[in-house]
Design a protein around this ligand. Structure first.
Ligand SMILES: Nc1ncnc2c1ncn2[C@@H]1O[C@H](COP(=O)(O)OP(=O)(O)O)[C@@H](O)[C@H]1O
Ligand SMILES: [Mg+2]
Length: 330
């Protein structure tokens, strides 16, 4: 939905596949409309033999690299988790890698903007906590060293957790783009590239991923969705010096009990964070006087936790918070 800021993303490879409304980039797939553009890819709604799907087109010119990327993304297809977006297939066409995935209604960023622009408020806290809980489940599954890659036990750090990588399917939020995740064998894994820098943990600027890197980005994501702003000023543009230190987070827009939870999840030292994303989310639920409960229909929902008394709502208005100097999220 957030299209206007990004130009079309087209492959420069001679003879590259045409991407237009009505085009059939692969047999049986017809492009219907653009659903979004990021820095490196364009996502289309398409008709397919299996019904409506999302097709992500990533320009790719080098055949060797393309084959490697396709194999790497294909290896994630086997993942079957209720809070990870399902990948139906990955292949290459001239000039692009194509990923066929579940078609979402919107991203969490879209939802936040609808609430801000149309209703002048943030996403209601119980709804936000539900989405965070679901994404936390997906991340804990991904992060745990329970997967096998090249005969070794590995975990995966997603590396780009942010509101527009969380897709909405009714009341269910699912994490997407984990196909580019990094396998981790131990507490520090070299990572040459970083995801969206506003959400990246400090260790990534130093060139490595920890077991809690995604938790840090989830905490930034929560702050953005809850307040409309980042907890710290954006890192400088251009190449990041390894010596870059993030200024301390300003969490004053949150309730005191939430601040305690987020301060821990945003610790500069990875080992000082929570043991899992779920632990962090339980803390946030508690800060709002909520807990997760499974109803008779088997669905998990946040419900009032009679044993915790939440802090009174902050006296800051949304406008006061939005006027802070920290930049608005993209
Ligand atoms: N499975 C999907 N269903 C519907 N829309 C999607 C899907 N995946 C991505 N999008 C849309 O396409 C946009 C671009 O996605 P992407 O290339 O991953 O970039 P980014 O995650 O940086 O926004 C997303 O912001 C979202 O609006
Ligand atoms: Mg994405």
């Amino acid at each position: 939905m957030v299209l206007t800021f990004f130009p079309k993303i087209r492959s420069t490879t001679p003879g590259a596949c045409v991407i237009n409304v009505g085009a059939e980039p692969s047999p049986g797939y017809r492009l219907l409309r653009v659903r979004g553009r990021g820095g490196f890819a364009e996502v289309w709604e398409a008709a397919s033999p299996a019904g409506p799907v999302a097709l992500k087109f990533m320009p790719s010119s080098n055949t060797g690299t393309t084959a490697r990327e396709v194999r790497s993304i294909q290896s994630f297809q086997a993942f079957d988790h209720p809070y990870l977006v399902k990948t139906n297939g990955v292949w290459s066409v001239p000039g692009y890698i194509v990923i066929d995935m579940e078609l979402a209604e919107a991203t969490l960023l879209d939802l936040m903007l609808v609430y801000h622009n149309d209703l002048g408020q943030h996403i209601p806290t119980p709804q936000l906590c539900l989405y965070m809980w679901q994404v936390g489940e997906g991340l804990d599954f991904l992060n745990a060293r329970r997967h096998t890659r090249d005969g070794r036990r590995v975990g995966f750090q997603h590396g780009d957790v942010k509101p527009n990588n969380v897709l909405l399917f009714g009341d269910v939020a699912k994490l997407t783009d984990y196909g580019l995740a990094t396998p981790t064998h131990g507490p520090a894994t070299p990572c040459p590239r970083h995801g969206t820098r506003e959400y990246a943990p400090p260790e990534v600027f130093q060139g490595y991923l920890s077991d809690t890197s995604d938790q840090y980005s989830l905490a930034v994501t929560y702050h953005v969705l809850r307040t409309g702003v980042f907890p710290f000023p954006p890192p400088p543009a251009g190449d990041m010096p390894k010596s870059y230190l993030r200024p301390p987070a300003d969490l004053s827009a949150l309730l005191p009990a939430e601040q305690t939870v987020l301060a821990r999840a945003l610790s500069a030292v990875p080992q000082d964070r929570f043991g899992s994303c779920q632990e962090m989310i339980r803390g946030l639920l508690k800060a709002h006087g909520l807990k997760m409960s499974r109803s008779d229909d088997g669905v998990w929902r946040p419900v009032p936790d009679d044993e915790t008394v939440p802090d009174p709502p902050s006296s800051k208005t949304m406008r006061e918070i939005a006027n802070r100097s920290n930049s608005r999220p993209r």
